[in-house]
Design a protein around this ligand. Sequence first.
Ligand SMILES: NC(=O)c1ccc[n+]([C@@H]2O[C@H](COP(=O)([O-])OP(=O)(O)OC[C@H]3O[C@@H](n4cnc5c(N)ncnc54)[C@H](O)[C@@H]3O)[C@@H](O)[C@H]2O)c1
Length: 344
Amino acid sequence: MSFYEAKAILITGGTGFIGGEVSRHLTIKYPEKFFVVYDKLEYSSSINNIKGLLKLPNFKFIKGDIQNYDLVLSILEIFKIDTLLNFAAQSHVDLSFKNSLEFTKTNVLGTHVLLEAARKVQVKRFIHVSTDEVYGDIPDDSAKETRTLDPTNPYAFSKAAAELVVKAYIKSFQFPAIITRGNNVYGPRQFPEKVIPKFILRLLHGMKCCIHGKGNARRTYVYISDVADAFDLIIHRGKIHEVYNVGSFEEYTIKELALIVINKIHGVEGEAAETYIEYVKDRLINDQRYSVSTEKLANLGWQAQHDFEQGLEKTIEWYKHEANDWWSEYEYALAAHSAAQYTC
Ligand SMILES: NC(=O)c1ccc[n+]([C@@H]2O[C@H](COP(=O)([O-])OP(=O)(O)OC[C@H]3O[C@@H](n4cnc5c(N)ncnc54)[C@H](O)[C@@H]3O)[C@@H](O)[C@H]2O)c1
């Protein structure tokens, strides 16, 4: 199996949840390589996610928007970037119903800007981070990478549209891109608008878990450090022009998830646990199930190291002790259908 050797890596969205973990993992593991994190510092990000890296000689942080072609191009040139990982995105489904144009601008136009700048300087590898939500509802099987994209909400369509731009660059310019499609990632440092940290923090703040609709929607969850391992592998062993699903088979309904988190925090189950749940109106559209086949990634050599119970316990511990000072503001995100306020 061939091995790709990156020298200078640009990570967009590297002060966010997944980009932050991947930045820490790679910068510390590979001191001989140079890393630039480029991020707009949106509401879901935290500079704390890369604080420990700022003093390292192989690391640089630059604040900026992925839609800024001139700045992106000059960074690629100045730092002689050969490899780009694109994590930057508007990433919250609830917000996408209220502000879908911002999702198109960041996720589609922003990706196009990065591709064009990367094409100009002839990067050797461009890893574009997408989501399992591009497949749409998957009633009973697990989507392979060849499945037709069928997104249903504005977040998912913006991610699918971005993928189409990447695929057209591959076809038109033989551009060296790889696409990843991940299922729900969870773990420490995730902004509390997402379901697991929201349930944990609501319970720790004396509130109930807020369940959209009846809580029958099914999701699968993969632990954050396992995802960082997957990106490490894909950078070095992934084949250009390929798509890789990243995920697990740890599948729960939202109600089952709530009951597990309630049990871990309050130590109750059954009817006693139900008293910690409140049901709220459902999303405008709420895909009932996502599930991906990870056979292709497993064939590269990836295997998750955490089961859900282990990962959840580590995650709860982190939110108990660290979450309060991690973001400048997060309380509003604990609302049942949270959405950051935008002025643009
Ligand atoms: N979290 C998940 O469960 C999950 C699952 C599958 C795929 N993904 C994808 O992984 C990527 C990262 O997700 P995340 O959960 O870490 O999200 P996040 O919201 O925590 O991080 C996104 C980062 O992108 C930055 N950003 C937003 N707009 C920007 C812009 N215009 N220019 C520069 N930076 C910008 C933000 O400041 C933030 O640091 C996204 O592309 C998302 O679609 C996430």
